[in-house]
Each structure stands twice: as structure tokens, then as C-alpha cells.
Design a protein around this ligand. Structure first.
Ligand SMILES: [Fe+2]
Ligand SMILES: [Fe+2]
Length: 211
């Protein structure tokens, strides 16, 4: 069922928010976060929710608006919330790029922006699971779900397919492995007994990220 898939994706998104939060904690200790991990998480958020998760939710929300306009109005403007999330992510990208170009940039501003992004994403997921998904389950009819499912799979570039899901499973697994590696390296002293100061390879030389 579509709601089960969306909920499962929320769990995956939460794992990546936790990774971002862990790297932010490193930044807050005035140490160097693993920018490869940070950027991989940002890229994931730029692609997966934007192109797959949000369009699916917005299709469900459209059906909910038609079946129960009051419930939909209570939830608010879902598409606008998604756009605001994308804007917060853009600010995170700019903040990370600026700290790479100029380490003296106001660190607490960068810190605030990333915290803000993480907090809003968590609140958004909680709202959807508390209000939106139960409302949709309650009022959408079997033909609504069938129509959504066929729209999702019936396109040249489907919004849902096994292969899309599998590709993102691989990306998430890779990010979680990178984070494990980064955490392990941070905790391990080198042969001379010095703590690892971070992986230089994780810094883009030009200070700009590309997904
Ligand atoms: Fe959403
Ligand atoms: Fe969602």
C-alpha cells in the first residue's frame, strides 16, 4: 500500500537526518565534519524527496482534498510545505559551501540553518503520520488508491518502481556505511597515537558541491 511505502520512506529519511545531526555535532565541537557524508545526505534530499516522495504524497493529498476538504484544510498546504523544505535545503547548501570557502564564516549561523532544516523535516514527517496519513486512509476509496498507483507506475519515468526503490536503497546503504567509517575513523588514534582529524578527501577543492 502507498501509505506503507511512504511511512517506510519516512524511516529512511529519519536515518539520514540522524546522520546529518551526527556530523553537525562534530562541527559544533569545532572539528571537521566528514563533508563527503554531509554532501551525500544533502544530495539524497535534493533528489529523493523532491522527485519521488513529495509528488506521491501530493497525489494522495489531492484525493484527500476532493474526498474531505475539511480534513485537507486542517492539514494545510502540503505542496507549500514541501517547497519551504526545499528552500531550507538550498540555504543549507549555501551555508555549507560558505563554510568551506571561508572557515571564519559565522559558524552559529550555519549551525542554526542545519538544525532548522532537521527540525522542520522531523516536524513535517510527524504531522504527516499523525494527521495526513490517517485522514487519507479513512476517506480515500479503493478506486482512489488504484488511480494513484496507476499514475505512479504508468509513466515513462515512473515515480514508483522496484528499480527506483532499489537504486535509492543502494544510495542510503552507501551513506550509512560512509558515516560508520567516518565515526570509526574519528574514534581511532593513528599509529602515532594522534586522533584522526578527518578525511581530507571529503573536502571539495573548489568549495562547491555537485550531486
Ligand atoms: Fe511531505
Ligand atoms: Fe513525507
Amino acid at each position: 500500500m502507498i501509505i506503507d511505502l511512504l511511512s517506510r520512506e519516512h524511516r529512511n529519511i529519519e536515518k539520514l537526518l540522524l546522520v546529518l545531526e551526527q556530523e553537525l555535532a562534530v562541527f559544533e565541537r569545532e572539528e571537521q565534519p566528514d563533508y563527503e557524508v554531509v554532501w551525500a545526505v544533502i544530495c539524497y534530499f535534493q533528489v529523493y524527496p523532491e522527485l519521488y516522495h513529495h509528488p506521491q504524497e501530493e497525489m494522495v493529498f489531492k484525493k484527500l482534498s476532493a474526498r474531505d476538504p475539511v480534513a485537507a484544510a486542517d492539514i494545510g498546504d502540503l505542496a507549500a510545505e514541501h517547497r519551504a523544505g526545499a528552500e531550507r535545503l538550498r540555504r543549507v547548501v549555501q551555508a555549507v559551501e560558505s563554510v568551506l570557502k571561508n572557515p571564519d564564516v559565522l559558524r552559529h549561523t550555519v549551525d542554526d540553518m542545519i538544525h532548522d532544516f532537521i527540525a522542520h523535516e522531523r516536524r513535517h514527517i510527524a504531522m504527516e503520520e499523525r494527521n495526513f496519513f490517517p485522514a487519507a486512509i479513512k476517506v480515500l476509496q479503493p478506486q482512489d488508491w488504484a488511480e494513484i498507483a496507476s499514475t505512479l507506475t504508468d509513466q515513462k519515468d515512473p515515480l514508483f518502481s522496484e528499480s527506483v526503490e532499489e537504486r535509492f536503497d543502494v544510495v542510503r546503504k552507501h551513506i550509512l556505511e560512509l558515516e560508520q567509517e567516518a565515526e570509526a575513523e574519528r574514534g581511532l588514534p593513528d599509529a602515532a597515537g594522534n586522533a584522526d582529524e578527518g578525511r581530507e578527501r571529503s573536502l571539495p577543492a573548489h568549495g562547491r558541491f555537485r550531486c
